[in-house]
Design a protein around this ligand. Sequence first.
Ligand SMILES: [Zn+2]
Length: 262
Amino acid sequence: MGLGHISHDVCRVLGVNGSCRWRSLDRIFAMRWPAALALVVLIACLDASAPATHGMVTFVIDDGNTTDYTVKKPIFDAAGVVAVSAVISSRLVLSNAQLLAMQADGWEIASHSRRHRDETVLTEAQLEDEIGGAKAELERMGLTVTTHVYPYGRFNDLVESVVRRHYRAGVTGGGGPNVIPLVNRFEIRRHMFGYQYTRADQNTLAFHQRLVDRAKHRGLWLVFELHEVDSTDVVMLSQLLDYIRRQSLPVVTIRQGLSMTR
Ligand SMILES: [Zn+2]
């Protein structure tokens, strides 16, 4: 138990917070020793029963394939959680009705640009069209769009500056889990899940469970990146969601995650 925990729990016990924290420690030091001992025991009990520093988990599915609705959504539905579908606004495969139904069920629909071009080679005017244009197209359909997922995970300072004009968050590819609070909410990093683009030895239930364990114990935000899934991935996704539930980690959208990291 660190000093931070002690002062935090002292504050809980004494019903004080903020600047009163260190004055609370002074109060304990001024107590007669039996009272001080009782208080320390009480604090230790509170600390043992308090949840560990928890992280959270997000699933961002790229490219807006039909299977987001027909295959993946039923798996998330069965687990009672939601995910993020990042769609290419000028190449929509999911129907308007499917996208609106996903949003109505709590899913976040994110932008994955208008045409899925490598944004690092575009001019600022082209970026405005790809990035701002995607948001405008999707919002005309009645979707709320606050996250941009960089095509191919590629971005640079100019790309990020255009994304900052239109969105609350930018999601990259790869890079590992995210420290909370975020260093930069326009560079949210991910871990790959599924047979596509993932090394075979890193697409096992045990590997993904270790990532979840690390997120839980270090209080990290673990964001998975998904594309298409095969029959093995389908079973593994269901098992992974069950494992995350048993670890009591929240599964959130990017928008929800941002609100929890502030
Ligand atoms: Zn993509």
